[in-house]
Design a protein around this ligand. Structure first.
Ligand code: SAH
Ligand code: SF4
Ligand code: F3S
Length: 484
């Protein structure tokens, strides 16, 4: 949709853009505003946007930034994909995340053809960092307007400007990130809790994982930038923050003045107005005693550690390039529990890694019985192009992997049920997050240990901290009632 008139000057506008960030992006947001008003006039209403986010908290956070940019231009959020600007922020950590996206892009294409030729379809996120994905999209999905990668998120306004000016698909994928761009608008999903990036990328290269290839090398934000963002969030009503990174334990190592993650947590603790601090994800290989000490002393850091183990077999862990053994992991769990007896542990486990034998799998079963997780995410191994594990010949047959998966999930359910049962009858504080969509007259709150409690209440409780008694245990969650 090449816009005549105003857009005639597009070349000049691009030439005159400041080169430094984020000024450059604010410049393009401003330059898009007149176009946006014209496009609204043509439709006779304010144009809307809808972002579908797949994958992890990093993507969720990126979507908040994308949302902030679109709102700054003037778009209003729509509840469904029947919007004027639809953006898929994709994940490629496992194959099934990937396949789902293609089906849905096809659906968007039909929507655009049949009803809204002016509609803009944009794709970004981790899948776009894979060359074969982009090639396929260019060939078979020509109706897509914008394709950009994980390192180009902040450039949405500039890319949209280019797309409008040139009138054809714009593809912008950077292989590696340059500097971390600060101070862009961001639109938070919740008013009272928020994610804060502390670092980007990953250097670990676990042999099954595609994340280091699609998110690039580790880069940490400066502590002063993180703290400033937290302070601003606190001023605007946020009380719970989640510090985000693929391996938060290596936070700060690459900074000019190195700062450890434990030191950062101590600084975060000082931010007035923040009541709860969470973090994701620590890698077991470098979770320090310093960090355990800081957590144990803290009044704000939630006593919940998500500690992905991936496998209970030391042999498989070595093949996975995880740099710890089953014994190291159990010893770490013992140190964490000694310092914080009431800590809740959760994990990620992969079943069916190439070469996994029944014996290896039984080590995983043994580990979950010993650690006793409050909950665990279990994944069937998924072969990712370009990772070392994908080249291994000895793949586990699907049937065998599924059968092991079911056994593991059964055991984990049993244990989490028992863990949750042990707290039934107790009173604990929750942060009320949402009105319960399924149970009329109920709200849902989150305990410090990350479990959910549904209890009678209404939207006036949203964002408030409430003491609830955990009346009935439902396995992964509780039914409760407000105290006092
Ligand atoms: N950085 C985090 C997790 C990132 S991905 C960490 O190191 O723990 C989230 C989870 O997806 C991983 O913990 C792992 O369990 C799972 N995962 C990653 N690659 C996978 C693959 N190829 N197949 C199946 N699960 C995978
Ligand atoms: Fe993937 Fe391993 Fe990095 Fe986690 S630490 S993102 S599993 S490579
Ligand atoms: Fe997926 Fe990318 Fe996160 S691959 S898990 S969205 S870092």
């Amino acid at each position: 949709m090449r816009m005549k008139g105003y857009m005639e000057t597009g070349e000049e506008i691009m030439r005159a853009a400041p080169s430094e960030e984020p000024a450059r992006q604010y410049y393009f947001m401003e330059k898009l505003k007149p176009w946006f008003l014209k496009a609204c006039a043509a439709q006779g209403r304010t144009l809307t946007y809808n972002i579908q986010t797949f994958g992890c908290q990093m993507n969720a956070k990126d979507s908040e930034k994308l949302s902030g940019i679109l709102r700054e231009i003037g778009y209003e959020e729509a509840a469904t994909e029947e919007a004027d600007f639809v953006l898929y922020n994709t994940c490629t950590v496992r194959e099934n995340a990937n396949t789902r996206v293609y089906g849905r892009i096809g659906y968007l294409g039909r929507l655009k053809r049949s009803r809204s030729p002016h509609m803009k379809i944009a794709l970004c996120g981790c899948m776009m960092q894979e060359a074969h994905v982009v090639a396929k999209l260019q060939k078979s999905y020509p109706f897509v307007d914008l394709i950009f990668g994980t390192h180009n998120i902040y450039q949405l306004a500039e890319l949209l400007f280019r797309q409008i000016y040139y009138g054809h698909m714009v593809v912008e994928i950077r292989e590696e990130a340059d500097a971390v761009v600060e101070e862009l608008p961001s639109e938070r999903k919740f008013s009272f809790k928020a994610g804060v990036n502390i670092m980007y990328g990953c250097n670990n290269f676990c042999s099954y994982c595609i994340v280091p290839y699609v998110r690039g090398r580790e880069r940490s934000r400066r502590p002063e930038d993180i703290l400033r963002e937290m302070e601003e969030m606190a001023k605007s009503g946020v009380t719970e923050v989640m510090l985000l990174g693929q391996n938060v334990n290596s936070y700060g190592k690459t900074l000019k003045t190195p700062v450890s993650f434990a030191e950062l947590l101590k600084l975060a603790e000082e931010v007035e107005g923040i009541r709860r601090i969470r973090f994701m994800t620590p890698h077991p290989k470098d979770l320090s005693d310093e960090l355990i000490g800081v957590m144990a002393e803290s009044k704000k850091i939630c006593r919940h550690v998500h500690l992905p183990v991936q496998s209970g077999s030391s042999r498989i862990l070595k093949l996975m390039n995880r740099h710890y053994t089953k014994e190291d992991y159990l010893a770490l769990v013992a140190r964490i529990r000694a310092a914080m007896p009431d800590v809740a542990l959760t994990t990620d486990i992969i079943v069916g890694y190439p070469g996994e034998t029944e014996e290896d799998f039984m080590e995983t079963m043994d580990l979950v019985s010993r650690v006793r997780y409050v909950s665990a995410f279990t994944f069937l191994y998924s072969k990712r192009t370009g990772t070392p594990a994908a080249a291994i010949k000895d793949q586990v047959p699907e049937e065998t992997a599924k059968e092991r998966y079911d056994r593991l999930v059964g055991r984990i359910r049993e244990i989490s049920g028992e863990m949750a049962q042990a707290d039934t009858g107790k009173t604990a504080e929750v942060l009320v997050e949402e009105v319960n969509a399924k149970r009329h007259g109920y709200v849902t709150g989150r305990l410090a240990n990350n479990l959910l409690v549904h209890f009678p209440g209404d939207e006036s409780l949203l964002g408030r901290y409430v003491d609830v008694s955990l009346t009935e245990c439902m396995g992964f969650y509780y039914i409760g009632s407000q105290k006092g």
